[in-house]
Design a protein around this ligand. Structure first.
Ligand code: PGA
Length: 255
């Protein structure tokens, strides 16, 4: 598996943090530090910050993403945002299936699949999140579970469309806890995801797929994680709110 065949992408997931004014300030802080990045750089921000983020990143190498989208194009879905609305703003990326959506907002593999479909139909690049709870790891079902999440989420996605999918392996027990997966654990599950994609789409597609690790990745541990043969980038929560730390991770992913 040759890492040179695929693109490394570091994406920040700001979660429910930052007002539009603060978003602008944070991006202004990040911009000069990642200008020469040798990897893709993305910031996924709250809906209300998207306009400020689009404006602040114009003409830079930083892509902008949302943190979710609904599967219908429009309609009676109070509080939701459609993929078309995001695309119309010029947003390029969207996180789908984050474990916080699954845990706190009733997201299932089936709704994740519907959101993936809608995002692709609108031309967005999807950062699809999969990962196990601690009990599932302890029960020894991580591989099966992550393979199942991947397969269901990709249902109906064509080989061509797969080029617009990044998969982020995020063990739920590592998110926001400071408990990072070991480099070997991260690589093992990222390899499982790649093998699942190979089974579905063939070797070329699997080789070209960007698989990120997420879960307490920070300036200190990023290099070791990103050095693994199957880890092509990171989905960064807490550390993406600190320009110097985020830039350090981008540096570690740059090839
Ligand atoms: P964390 O979050 O880096 O704060 O653990 C990662 C994520 O939830 O995407």
């Amino acid at each position: 598996m040759n890492k040179a065949l695929r693109k490394a992408v570091i994406a920040g997931n700001w979660k429910m943090n930052k007002t539009p004014a603060e978003a602008k300030e944070l991006i202004e802080g990040i911009k000069p530090l990642v200008g020469g990045a040798g990897c893709g750089v993305v910031v996924c921000v709250p809906y209300v910050d998207l306009a400020a983020a689009m404006e602040a990143t114009r003409g830079t190498n930083i892509g902008v993403g949302a943190e979710n989208c609904h599967w219908e194009k429009s309609g009676a879905f109070t509080g939701e945002i459609s993929a078309d609305m995001l695309a119309a703003m010029g947003v390029q990326y969207v996180i789908i299936g984050h474990s916080e959506r699954r845990t706190y907002f009733g997201e299932t593999d089936v709704t994740v699949n519907k959101r993936v479909r809608a995002a692709l139909d609108s031309g967005l690049t999807v950062i699809l999140c999969v990962g196990e709870y601690l009990e599932q790891r302890e029960q020894g079902v991580t591989s099966e579970l992550v393979a199942m999440q991947t397969k269901i989420a990709l249902g109906g996605v064509s080989k061509e469309e797969l080029g617009k999918i990044i998969i982020a392996y995020e063990p739920v027990w590592a998110i926001g806890t400071g408990k990072t997966a070991t480099a070997a654990q991260a690589d093992e599950v990222c390899a499982t995801i790649r093998a699942t994609v190979k089974e579905l789409y063939g070797e070329d597609s699997a080789n070209a797929l960007t698989v990120q690790y997420g879960g307490s990745m920070n300036a200190k541990n990023a290099a070791e994680l990103l050095d693994q043969p199957n880890v092509d980038g990171g989905l960064i929560g807490g550390a993406s709110l600190k320009p110097a730390d985020f830039a350090e991770i981008v540096k570690a992913a740059s090839r």
